[in-house]
Design a protein around this ligand. Structure first.
Ligand SMILES: Nc1ncnc2c1ncn2[C@@H]1O[C@H](COP(=O)(O)OP(=O)(O)O)[C@@H](O)[C@H]1O
Ligand SMILES: O=P(O)(O)OC[C@H](O)CO
Length: 495
């Protein structure tokens, strides 16, 4: 079973066996384009080139051909928006990434007197720069004539799943313009209950419906992959946004089960079952997955914009160390944060605060604080932000987590995982297969073609690798968290 994981920093192709174990993996990073403060773009054509290359490389390194692959799933960074010409396949603009804040003013205008929750009842989302609909509107407004071309059906809108699926299934030569319910639920254009585009919201946002992809189940027949792609002839049978895919790959298949992924940002998802639960504490309501014609499953989500990308920032912008993994050694050279707190509100603050006026701050500085304390404060920020969203989740759902299932690029960091268990006072558990995102997409694809029979296979394949038990004194935990909360206040009103 193959999966393409088109993430924020890189694109991976992975092949899994029937036990859900990794057979091969290949990965390529793509350029992060920062044209102005607060803007983040990707070159969608580069991402498609990388997809082809990693797909071919994953086959080659496992000594396989496309004929050996039963089916393929796609999973992707969500919300990142691309618009391309149906006839040529050329993007009309760089993709606007989920972290980009250029639609701040537009979102304020749309909110008007009704406030940021204007569309929450229908879409589960607050008006925020995070989501795809306003990004598409910005692109249409940025070039004369684009809106007319979109109305005439000459342009396609898509999140990265649509872009990859269209290209993989033939591109200009009959490519399928599709998305799945999880990705569509991040556009702000889909009604959460009917799982179809909402014509009123599309009209209010100025998005012609002729440019929208068809919304499908997360697991089903999306068509065969064509020769222009890396896996010719293989059926494409699963699409899931990456955080929903990780929830599926972590076997969070029952209401009350949750996972937290530590990548570029952190994303905590709690499966809430077949009915959407609406948050009163700053979480999002989102589609978790839909398998075939079954009822959709919904989730409450706490999205944190900046966690792993703060480590990249220390590496690339400050030059504190050459590799992200060096942060642990640096942080471990001191016993604590030395009084320093780093609030990484580079894209404003997402859940549970939704403060677009916030910007990054480091507070508590004295002559004592050195780069080791800063490294430690940067890691601790992921754990403090996670505690905030877990508190919100518990308040919304009444669910108390007995353990926290974790995955993603940062969970190799022992110091962070121990601090996370300490600051939550809950054990943190990592599975054997940490690549849960790609695995979740492979499961969705494999269920559609009968490679796995039922969700019981997914449960049976999940296995614990490592567990961190909490060990911090309650006074220390409370003091650190209170100081973090005071630090967050200092990030407000800086934009
Ligand atoms: N040892 C480490 N300690 C802390 N952060 C790390 C470590 N290794 C990688 N990271 C961070 O993890 C992120 C990559 O995780 P990954 O799950 O691959 O991200 P994504 O899927 O968002 O592209 C990067 O932002 C990187 O800075
Ligand atoms: O690419 P990742 O893993 O950072 O995930 C990005 C999220 O999908 C954004 O919502």
């Amino acid at each position: 079973m193959a999966a393409i994981d088109q993430g924020t920093t890189s694109t991976r192709a992975m092949i899994f066996d029937h036990r859900g174990r990794v057979v091969s993996v290949e990965q390529l990073e793509h350029e992060q384009i920062f044209p102005r403060a607060g803007w983040v773009e990707h070159d969608a054509a580069e991402i498609w080139r990388n997809t082809r290359r990693v797909g071919a490389a994953a086959l080659a390194s496992a000594d396989l051909t496309a004929k050996d692959i039963v089916a393929c799933g796609i999973t992707n960074q969500r919300e990142t928006t691309v618009i391309w010409e149906r006839e040529t396949g050329r993007p009309v603009h760089n993709a606007i990434v989920w972290q980009d804040t250029r639609t701040g003013e537009l979102c304020e205008q749309l909110a008007g007197d009704a406030g940021i929750d204007r569309y929450r009842e229908r879409t589960g989302l607050p008006l925020s720069t995070y989501f795809a609909g306003p990004k598409a509107r910005w692109i249409l407004d940025s070039v004369d004539g684009l809106r007319e071309r979109a109305e005439n059906g000459e342009l396609c809108f898509g999140t990265m799943d649509s872009w990859i699926a269209w290209n993989m299934t033939g591109g200009v030569d009959g490519g399928r313009h599709v998305t799945d319910v999880t990705n569509a639920s991040r556009t702000m254009l889909m009604d959460l209950r009917t799982l179809s585009w909402d014509p009123d919201i599309c009209a209010e946002l100025g998005i012609p419906m002729a440019m929208l992809p068809e919304i499908r189940s997360s697991s089903g027949d999306f068509g065969a992959l064509r020769g222009s792609g890396p896996l010719p002839g293989v059926p494409l049978s699963g699409i899931l946004g990456d955080q929903q895919a990780a929830t599926f790959g972590q076997a969070c298949l029952e209401p009350g089960e949750a996972k937290n992924t530590y990548g570029t940002g952190n994303f905590l998802l709690l499966n809430t079952g077949t009915e959407p639960v609406f948050s009163e504490h700053g979480l999002l309501t989102t589609v978790c997955y839909r398998i075939g014609e079954e009822k959709p499953r919904y989730a409450l989500e706490g999205s944190i914009a900046v966690t792993g990308s703060l480590i990249q920032w220390l590496r690339d912008n400050l030059g504190l160390f050459p590799n992200a993994s060096d942060v642990e050694r640096l942080a471990a050279e001191v016993d604590d944060n030395g009084g320093a707190y780093f609030v990484p509100a580079f894209s404003g603050l997402f859940a549970p605060r939704w403060r677009s006026d916030a910007r990054g701050v480091i507070v508590g500085l004295t002559r004592f604080v050195n780069k080791n304390h800063i490294a430690r404060a940067a890691l601790e920020a992921s754990a403090f932000q996670t505690r905030e969203v877990i508190e919100a989740m518990q308040a919304d759902s009444g669910v108390t987590l007995s353990t926290l299932k974790v995955d993603g690029g940062m969970v190799v960091n022992e110091l962070l995982m121990q601090f996370q268990a300490d600051i939550l006072d809950v054990p943190v558990v990592r599975p054997v297969v940490n690549e849960t995102t790609a695995l979740g997409a492979a499961y969705a694809a494999g269920l559609a073609v009968g490679f796995w029979e039922s969700e019981d296979d997914i449960r049976a394949n999940w296995a614990e690798d490592r567990r961190w038990e909490p060990g911090m004194a309650v006074e220390d935990r409370d003091r650190l968290y209170a100081e973090w909360n005071r630090a967050v206040e200092h990030s407000f009103g800086l934009n």
